[in-house]
Each structure stands twice: as C-alpha cells, then as structure tokens.
Design a protein around this ligand. Structure first.
Ligand SMILES: NC(=O)c1ccc[n+]([C@@H]2O[C@H](COP(=O)([O-])OP(=O)(O)OC[C@H]3O[C@@H](n4cnc5c(N)ncnc54)[C@H](OP(=O)(O)O)[C@@H]3O)[C@@H](O)[C@H]2O)c1
Length: 289
C-alpha cells in the first residue's frame, strides 16, 4: 500500500485485543507504519485478521511493558528501520477488582507495575527516539477512573490517577522538544478487560471478607452493565486517529457522551453531591439488601 504523505511511525502497546488491536488496525489501514506490540506473539491472529480485513500492514513485535529488555529491543528495531518514532500509544493495561482490604500488597503493586510504571518504562525508552522529530505525540490511554473513583476498584483507580498526574507533568516537560502528551479517558467498553483479562483481589471471593456482599453485588451490576453495553470500542481507535492527525491536539479526550457528562458533573458539583450520586449506585443497593 502506498504511504500517505503524512505517514507516521507509530508504536502501540497491548495489541492482542481490545482498544490496542483496533487502534493498530485502524492506523495501519490509514497507511501509517505501525509497530503493533504485544507480550505474547502467539495471540497475534485476531490482530492480523483485522488488519487484513481493513487493508494495510503492521509489524508485530514482542513487548511486555514491565520488561525493560523487550522494550529496548523494540526501540532498537524502530531506530534501525525508521530512525525515529512519531507516536507512542500507551494502551496496555488491566484492571483488578476488589476492596482495599481484600487486595494483597502484591495485587496492588502488580496493578501499578503495568498501568503506571509500564507507561513510564515506555516513555523513558521512547522519548530519545521521539526527540528526533518535532511534533511527536505520546497518547496515554487512561480512563474515567483517572478522575472518578468507585468502591472495589481502588487499585485500578490509583494506577490511572497516577498516570494522569504523571502525564500532566510530562506534558509541560516535553514542550521543550515539541513532543505533545495527550490522555484518553474512556468509560466502560465491552473488551476482554471485563472478561478473560479481568483480575480479582486475593480475597475477592472469600465469604468471610467484610466486603463480600459489596464486591459480589458490584460485580453483578458491572457484568450486567457491560453485557448490555452498546458502546463501540472503535470510538477509542477513532479518537486516537484524530489525535494522531491533529496539528493542535488537546490534552484530555473523552470518547463517549456518558463519560463526558460524568466529567462535567465531577468538575462542577461539590464533592458532597458528586459522592452522593456514586454512593446511590454502588453502596446504597448493598445497604438496602
Ligand atoms: N474497556 C474499557 O472499558 C476501558 C475503559 C477505560 C480504560 N481502558 C484502558 O484501555 C486499555 C486497553 O484495555 P482494553 O479494554 O482494550 O482491554 P483488553 O482487551 O484486556 O486489552 C488489554 C491489552 O493489554 C495487554 N497487556 C496487559 N498487561 C500487559 C503487559 N504487562 N505488557 C504488555 N501488554 C499487556 C493485554 O495483553 P494480553 O493479551 O497478553 O493480556 C491486552 O493486549 C487499558 O489501559 C485499560 O485500562 C479500558
């Protein structure tokens, strides 16, 4: 396929499923040079099928965001083949469900290791390659959990909240080199993060836990909400493409209307009111049982 005039070199993490797969396939379909990375290459078939369906090509590389060597190897490949990196999409992540007291220290550290330190590992090794060209972009996939908390997702919320703060600092620092940093804050979309990739706190299923009723009720509610969800994960890929194309990108983007409303409420309502809304749909149903 002929490259578009503004073809960019793009690395996306976590391309074996979900948003990462769609982002890589969409950008490849637009003729960009896409390094679609995943930690287990034996999972590449769905991505390749999607890329073939849309047209285009991706270069699949093995990369675990917690493994410095795999990151370095990917960066060396890109440096040798392209000389620079225009766009880094930090998408890889997972979510662990459970109340703080049900989570082990290891549960929480692993969550931070991937969703927060994983992004830092990527940035540390990618930025020198991105400085080669002005106008490069780092796009971090955050979440509505980056600005709004709920019970039984504290570790995930902490990882995204940390990502938000880090991204905002980096946004200023990288102005020096003309590198733009953007955050994408999706609401809930039906991807593997809520199914086979969902993780649970050490004591999530323990009936002796003081949080058992709460965590099981919330799990049922979330499962139902996700099963019914009509939101299209392609919205996130479309938005990332828009950021890639933009000559004056914003800092924060929210793909879905529901989450935009949530962000507005969070901004304008006093916490007493906002938290009462969250309690009404999370804590209250358990108290009423
Ligand atoms: N879906 C939603 O509702 C939603 C909402 C807001 C934000 N997000 C965020 O969107 C991002 C993508 O999630 P998704 O919904 O597309 O879920 P997904 O389908 O479960 O995809 C997650 C991807 O991350 C990869 N991954 C996990 N740990 C990794 C590691 N250590 N190194 C490299 N890759 C790793 C997974 O690879 P494996 O296949 O090897 O596990 C998979 O490719 C995450 O950052 C998530 O927090 C999702």
């Amino acid at each position: 396929m002929p490259k578009p005039q503004l073809s960019k070199t793009i690395l996306v993490t976590g391309c074996s499923s979900g948003f990462g797969l769609l982002i890589a396939a969409r950008l490849a379909g637009r003729g960009h040079t896409v390094y679609a990375t995943m930690r287990d290459e034996s999972k590449k078939t769905p991505l390749i099928n999607e890329v073939n369906r849309r047209g285009g090509a991706v270069r699949v590389l093995t990369l675990d965001v917690t493994d410095q060597e795999s990151i370095q190897s990917a960066m060396t490949t890109i440096a040798e083949e392209e000389g620079a990196l225009d766009v880094l999409v930090n998408n890889a992540g997972f979510g662990i469900a459970g109340a703080f007291e049900d989570l082990s220290d290891a549960d929480i550290r692993e969550q931070m290791e991937v969703n927060f330190f994983g992004v830092q590992n990527m940035c540390r090794q990618a930025i020198p390659l991105m400085r080669q060209r002005r106008g490069s972009k780092i796009i971090n996939i955050s979440s509505v959990s980056g600005f709004s908390a709920a019970p039984c997702v504290g570790a995930y919320v902490a990882s995204k909240w940390a990502l938000e703060g880090f991204s905002e600092s980096l946004f200023y620092e990288l102005k020096l080199f003309g590198i733009h940093v953007a955050l994408v804050q999706p609401g809930s979309y039906k991807t593997k993060i809520f199914y086979e990739n969902r993780r649970y706190a050490k004591n999530f299923g323990n009936p002796q836990s003081p949080y058992f009723k709460l965590s099981q009720t919330l799990k049922k509610m979330v499962d139902h909400q996700i099963d019914q969800s009509k939101k299209d994960p392609e919205d996130v890929a479309r938005l990332v493409e828009k950021i890639v194309r933009s000559s004056r990108p914003a800092f924060r983007y929210i793909p879905d209307a529901e989450s935009r409303l949530m962000a507005t409420c969070r901004k304008i309502l006093p916490f007493r009111l906002y938290s009462a809304l969250v309690e009404r749909v999370t804590i209250k149903p358990v108290m009423d049982v």
